[in-house]
Design a protein around this ligand. Sequence first.
Ligand code: SF4
Length: 455
Amino acid sequence: MNATLLDSNTFPAFEVYTARDLERIPQLERLPRQARFDMQVVSTVLPFRVNRYVVEHLIDWDAVPDDPIYQLTFPQRGMLADEHYETIATLLERGAEKAQLEEAVKRIRQALNPHPAGQIELNIPRDDSGEPIWGLQHKYPETVLFFPAQGQTCHSYCTFCFRWAQFVGDKTLRIATSQARQLTEYLRRHPEVTDVLFTGGDPMVMKTSHLAAYLEPLLEPEFAHIRSIRIGTKALTFWPFRFLDPDEGDALMRLFERVLAAGKHLAIMAHLNHWRELEPEATQRAIARLRGIGATLRGQAPLIRHINDDPDVWAKLWQKEVELGIIPYYMFVERDTGAKQHFAVPLVRCWTIYRDAASRVSGLARTVRGPSMSASPGKAEILGVSTVAGERVFVLRFLQARDPQWTYRPFFARYDENATWLDELEPAFGEREWFWSAAYRSMTERPAPAVEPVN
Ligand code: SF4
């Protein structure tokens, strides 16, 4: 790792390694042969992509395999269940036909819950004729998520990513559109929407001209109800030069200035897993540049085993964010998809880590909400563990909910030290179901759109 090698005038070429290039990564030569084969097996099923900047400047190869950024970007054996691992390993070892391998991969991916939390069934909105609008998700009344087709990749992939299905080249698993018109027509019909989140993938992989084609229509007076533009990105740490280079970086700043001049709040939702990501000078310059034009930066990330399941890591991350001008915003719980069994942390430990980390920082860093599960009924925050009427319980509430009436209403779950997700919990005090269960059931009764994105 060499975090200081890049001086302020150096803009390295962007070069990525994918599953086909594992043998080309010189740093991997020092790993045992078995570890490299494991990577090959896992990356046959789950997406792998890492750029040279991350390999050379963020990973401490002397600390591998424990290095958190290595765990964040390189496939690990435990990411596949034994049965899935054996299937693919056997096929690779015996040089199986491409079609046979693809069939096995497809079957395994479908078993990994590619679109958790009702994303396809419940979040894809419909047009007036009832047709699904692929490329949009509308779960909470005030916020629409937009998935631009050109932004459905990232500068590197995170091993735990819950959007992994967007990256595996299977269009039936992908949510995206290249039509700005779909977004504008939808927003025109939904004056209750105040926030648009550009997401992916990472919208910052897009050329500025593509991003402008989606963003600029929203600056017109007819979209005065859109008050905030959010951009979810990990480019600040995976490829900070996106914000710095004299062509695309400058053009991006001019575009963002137009957004701000139109009176919108521009929020960069920075995906930050570990304080180490904030050390490189290029990242700090990119943050300063965005702040300099008036953008607001917020930091968010899931709590992940092997990467950041340590209160010291979170305390240092939040402290560093505050120093650099990023508002600590969310600590998420790892979602129930993909390689969850490898990365999940029990809810009770998530809460302990959150509380311990919060106790080590000043109030300025305690703006973080969480640990929060982005579950199908809503964002369920764990408020704590308590004993009520002699029963040990989790206390929870929805920070956001499909029905806004559910928001912030505390509810109780029976204590379960192994539970890692909302649907593994049961209502406390002998209740048969949650207070939202009946209403949620009626929401889920409409037929799901056929999984066939048009783009
Ligand atoms: S940057 Fe975000 S979308 Fe991209 S791989 Fe990482 S978690 Fe997934």
